[in-house]
Design a protein around this ligand. Structure first.
Ligand code: FAD
Length: 490
């Protein structure tokens, strides 16, 4: 409530300051177009940013979303897309499809909280500077092997930056995958954060099988190539292991019958178990389910180093892999690290906000016109919530309502989290739902098995943002059931 009062009293002076600046400064590329429509800049098009942009009243605000990805990613479906259970497009919503919402394909490099500006680095390569395509140029059949332009060093793209001014700013740039400083992870492991990661994983799995099927490849190399390892026993690592198991035991078994029996899945975690946020009987269920499916679980395993096709585990030595998927939590986005003069959580280095999601300065005072939501922030004096889509979504909805009300001078409402519980897919049409936690609102309970799998799929079908993707999901789930997964390698 305090912040609401602060916000409305300082509101008008900030607006006029910002609009004077924008007209006076040549370098600012978004002058205010209407005296009574504030420029709302949203950094990020993920669960927080995209949903805020969709729900905020775009008649009341001049909304611009800025993100290096031109789409929203429905992350719970990424594991399914990485093994061909679903097509990549089913997990994506283009930001430009939002009506009356501007978009800039760019990465925020820095924020000047005093001048109310954001410096952005363009994320659009120039199609004519030789950096446009990642594949070599097409050659005529019979042309000589590529000692041509595809092997020449490509020109380094020019850094193209520009500045935008805001009247209100929302920071929702998410977080990066944590490696805990483990050497070689960036170079040799795959993350699963974005649809491009899912695509790279799918290609790598298929590359491993294709390479293993070459006649000159020896048995030992085949086994190494078909060793699939996952580091991280949280929901993402577990779901990926479950989906991979489905792929190996169905489509790969049918297409590469001799090779599929050599394939192994091993899941490692430094903790004494997996899915530690789930209730104990559900964790036991997951262990038994994985044992039945042939997924080996290795708790208390610390990865020391990762190399090209191997990882070194403390006490075990070097283990070969064809694919290593790394999912061990989060570390701050570099943009968040670059913001100074604000209050941050000492443990996660996330931004602190007050309960109305205003960014806090070092003294704990709210910035009236700057907000932070999603994985990059936590409420300073609130309960410690997990970095999930649920939390990001509810913060986005609270903030959208508050921003819509602010225009009519209505007070802001504090953010209050209502947990819907946790779900995880385990493979072989089995899932688990845990609604037993103290923060779960409504009916409490837990479920595991095929009925939980049905609820898991129904929930994500319902949460999907567009009817177009709901339709596609139904089609792909149906087609794959009848004809198998898409295993095109591209
Ligand atoms: P994100 O969704 O990560 O979005 C960040 C956005 O910021 C992206 O658009 C990115 O391109 C953009 N960005 C990054 N840097 C910049 C920059 N410098 N300038 C501008 N834009 C930038 N949660 C659940 O509740 N349930 C689940 O089932 C679940 N499953 C998951 C499965 C996977 C594989 C993963 C990876 C996560 C899952 N999560 C789940 C967690 C959930 O996805 C995150 O908590 C959620 O994405 C956080 O939303 P966000 O908006 O903070 O960040």
């Amino acid at each position: 409530m305090l912040s609401a009062v602060a916000s409305s009293s300082r509101h008008s002076s900030l607006v006029s300051f910002a609009s004077q600046r924008s007209f006076a400064t040549q370098a600012i590329c978004n002058p205010r177009v209407s005296a009574n429509k504030e420029r709302l800049i949203i950094l990020g098009s993920g669960w927080g940013g995209y949903q805020l942009a969709a729900k905020v009243d775009r008649k009341k605000y001049d909304v611009t979303v800025i993100s290096p990805t031109g789409y929203f990613t429905f992350t719970p479906l990424l594991a399914s897309t990485s093994v061909g259970t679903l097509e990549f497009r089913t997990a994506l919503e283009p930001v430009r499809r939002l009506k009356d919402c501007k978009f800039s394909l760019a990465r925020a490099q820095s924020i000047d909280l005093k001048a109310q500006t954001v410096t952005l680095l363009s994320a659009v390569p120039n199609p004519t500077d030789g950096n446009f395509s990642t594949s070599p140029p097409p050659r005529a059949v019979g042309a000589p092997p590529p000692n041509d332009s595809s092997t020449l060093p490509k020109p380094v793209p020019k850094e193209e930056t520009f500045t935008m001014a805001y009247d209100k700013l929302v920071i929702s740039v998410g977080a990066f995958s944590a490696t805990f400083g483990t050497e070689g992870v960036y170079e040799h492991a795959h993350f699963l954060k974005d649809v491009r990661d899912a695509r790279a994983i799918r290609k790598r799995i298929l590359d491993c099988f294709e390479r293993a099927s070459q006649p000159f490849v020896k048995e030992k190399e085949k086994r190494d190539l078909l060793s699939f390892r996952v580091v991280g026993g949280g929901p993402t690592g577990v779901e990926f292991a479950g989906e991979l198991c489905d792929l190996l035991s169905t489509d790969m078994k049918r297409i590469y019958p001799d090779l599929a029996q050599l394939a192994t899945i091993n899941l490692y975690d430094v903790a004494p178990g997996i899915l530690l946020s789930f209730e104990e009987s559900l964790r036991d269920y997951a262990m038994k389910q994985f044992a039945r499916e042939g997924v080996s679980i290795h708790p208390n395993s610390r990865v020391l180093k990762v190399g090209d096709g191997w990882m070194d585990i403390e006490g075990e030595g070097k283990l070969p892999f064809g694919l290593l998927v790394w999912s061990t939590g989060l570390q701050p986005n570099p943009l968040i690290d670059s913001i100074t003069g604000v209050s941050k959580d000492p443990r996660s280095r996330s931004l602190h906000t007050d309960s109305s999601l205003h960014l806090l300065d070092k003294e704990g005072q709210p910035f009236p016109n700057v907000f932070a939501i999603g994985d990059n922030s936590i409420v300073k004096d609130g309960p410690r919530l997990p970095a999930t889509a649920q939390v990001a979504t509810q913060k986005a909805l609270t903030l959208a309502n508050n921003l819509n009300n602010l225009v009519n001078n209505k007070p802001e409402k504090p953010f209050e989290f209502e947990s819907a519980g946790s779900m995880v897919y385990l493979g072989n049409w089995r899932a688990m739902i845990d609604r037993s936690g103290p923060d779960v609102k409504g009916i409490k309970g837990k479920d595991a098995g095929a009925s939980a799998w049905f609820l898991w799929r129904s929930a994500y079908w319902g949460m999907t943002m567009s009817w177009r993707n709901r339709f596609l999901l139904s089609v792909y789930w149906g087609i794959n059931l009848l004809t198998g997964r898409d295993i095109s390698r591209f």
